[in-house]
Design a binder for this molecule. Structure first.
Ligand SMILES: CC(C)(COP(=O)(O)OP(=O)(O)OC[C@H]1O[C@@H](n2cnc3c(N)ncnc32)[C@H](O)[C@@H]1OP(=O)(O)O)[C@@H](O)C(=O)NCCC(=O)NCCS
Length: 163
C-alpha cells in the first residue's frame, strides 16, 4: 500500500450503527442500490457484520462488507467476505488491497480460522486482488478463495476444538 500515491490520504474506518445516517448520505453512490436507512442501521448494529469504509480526504471511495460465521468443528469463527468495491476513478491505487488487509488484520487479531470470498474466476481484478493478498483456491477454476489464518487440524482431530 505504501507504494501507492493515495497511501498518505487513505483512511479505512469501521462503520458501526451510530454512523448509519452519515454513511447512507455520503456513500450511497458506492452501492449497487441505494441503502435503506433502517436496513443499514440494523445491518451495522449486528456485531457479526463488518463494514469498512475507505475514504480519501473524507470522500468515500470504496467499501468492504463481511459477516462472521460460527462453525461446528472449532469455536474459531470464519469470516465471509461478501463484497468489496472501489469507485472507478480510484481503482488501481491500493484501496481494495487496504480494505482486504484491514479485514485480515482484524480476523487475525480475533483468532478467526479463515476468511473466504466467492468471485467469478473471470473477474481479473478481484482474482488478482484476492490472490495478491494471500487467498488460495483448491483448483484454478474454483469460485471460492480462502485465506487460511490458522493451521488446519490434523486428520482425525477435526472435531477437536483448539480451545
Ligand atoms: C476488485 C476491486 C475491488 C479492486 O480494487 P482496487 O482498489 O482497484 O484494487 P487495488 O488497487 O488495491 O489492487 C490490488 C491488486 O489487485 C490487482 N488488480 C486490481 N485491479 C486489477 C485489474 N483491473 N486487472 C488486474 N489486476 C488488478 C493487482 O494485482 C493490484 O496490485 P497492483 O496495483 O500493485 O498491481 C475493484 O476493481 C472493483 O471495485 N471492482 C468492481 C467490484 C468487484 O468486482 N468486486 C469484487 C467482487 S465482489
Amino acid at each position: 500500500m505504501s507504494s501507492h500515491p493515495l497511501a498518505p490520504t487513505l483512511r479505512i474506518t469501521r462503520v458501526k450503527s451510530a454512523g448509519a445516517i452519515r454513511l447512507a448520505r455520503a456513500a450511497n453512490q458506492l452501492f449497487d442500490e441505494p441503502a435503506d436507512r433502517a436496513a443499514l442501521t440494523a445491518y451495522l448494529s449486528d456485531r457479526r457484520n463488518i463494514f469498512l469504509l475507505a475514504s480519501v480526504n473524507t470522500t468515500p471511495v470504496g467499501f468492504l462488507r463481511a459477516t462472521a460465521l460460527g462453525q461446528l468443528h472449532t469455536r474459531r469463527p470464519q469470516m465471509f467476505l461478501y463484497e468489496v468495491a472501489v469507485a472507478r476513478r480510484f481503482r488501481r491505487l491500493g484501496v481494495g488491497r487496504a480494505l482486504v488487509e484491514r479485514l485480515l488484520g482484524y480476523c487475525r487479531q480475533q483468532r478467526f480460522e479463515e476468511v473466504f470470498v466467492f468471485t467469478n474466476p473471470a473477474n481479473r481484478a478481484a482474482v488478482s486482488l484476492y490472490r495478491g493478498t494471500g487467498a488460495v483456491t483448491e483448483t484454478p477454476r474454483d469460485r471460492m478463495f480462502v485465506y487460511r489464518l490458522a493451521k488446519r487440524p490434523r486428520p482425525g482431530r477435526r472435531g477437536a476444538s483448539p480451545h
